[in-house]
Design a protein around this ligand. Sequence first.
Ligand SMILES: *Cc1c(COP(=O)(O)O)cnc(C)c1O
Length: 422
Amino acid sequence: MEKRPFVTKEKLEEIAEQYPTPFHIYDEKGIRENAKKLKEAFAWNPGYKEYFAVKATPNPFILNILKEFGCGTDCSSETELMMADALGFSGGDIMFSSNDTPAEEFQFAHKIGAIINLDDITHIEYLEKAIGEIPETISCRYNPGGVFKISNDIMDNPGDSKYGMTTEQMFEAYKILKEKGAKHFGIHAFLASNTVTNEYYPLLAKILFELAVKLKEETGAHVKFINLSGGIGIPYRPDQEPNDIMAIGEGVRKAYEEILVPAGMDDVAIYTELGRYMLGPYGALVTRAIHEKHTHKEYVGVDACAVNLMRPAMYGAYHHVTVMGRENDPCDHKYDVVGSLCENNDKFAIDRMLPEIHKGDLLYIHDTGAHGFAMGYNYNGKLKSAELLLREDGSVEMIRRAETPKDYFATFDFCDILEDLI
Ligand SMILES: *Cc1c(COP(=O)(O)O)cnc(C)c1O
């Protein structure tokens, strides 16, 4: 499928006059339409709730849009909890799916009434010590080990991942928690990431539903919700078929009716913690070509770098690139599109066939709406960009300003050594 920017070249040039490149821009219309569709796909389950994975796009303006669709937040740290709390997400609207969790973060999560999702059986004692009790509602994260396969395709490798409890530990944890006074239980698992297939959620649901039935039978625990977590992917590559969220919702419903309903568990709520699926396609990194370099390869140097988008450097991830205004030109030039870090993996594209790029061209890097800006860092003293929101009426709102050197030096404000810069 051809990948098209959600904004025109003319509009981007106009925006760039006010907000210099690079910047991330988000598409409010796309975010809203997608959130609405997700809700519809799971409307068959009265308790359904999406807890948006804040780490994907930790921006209060974005969270507020999702809130309108009944979304809660899935937080992984104290600052994310603070943001959710400040925006008025209350207790049951906040999931705390952390791991290797410090005691203070459990304390804060408990204070604001977040649902705590325990990553390990040893965290029961640790949590009890930290907050002085076991909450009435509590969730446990499951990791069956092995590899996660759909048909014969290996989707991911849970046996190699640090998250979650083994099957035996899940039973043990439920028993202990029940003895300590927990009344309502959740089950959570994240077994494959960025799946571009309609089968992941239904298969995961089947595994978790079967586990839920056994947990209930063996421990007598009331399973209140099953959290399918994140993992629904997006088509980063033009040849990938997007997921069909309605088919995914139906697949989960089928498993629900086959496994939970006959076991008398027809009151179980389905939760999700999607990040990438909610925001990925609805954000783009806009950057300008500022150099061309002809050495052993052909390079185009842009004004963004891995600080603005780390996925290519970190995972070798593919992000589609559109050269604005040259959409209809032949892709007959092979480029490495690079940033300015002193790191040879600072490349947005390697050996990519693109139209001829001229200095000054705007490049639109697709699908940066999730795990894009958020993963940024400050290596080489580079500053993070602004985030902009393209409103439905075509107006543009700044939803995060770009960092300035003052921000970069701010952590030296305890002394006068860099006084003039702060
Ligand atoms: C990262 C994460 C998510 C979101 O994952 P996506 O791939 O963005 O859907 C959800 N839950 C947990 C616990 C996570 O760590």
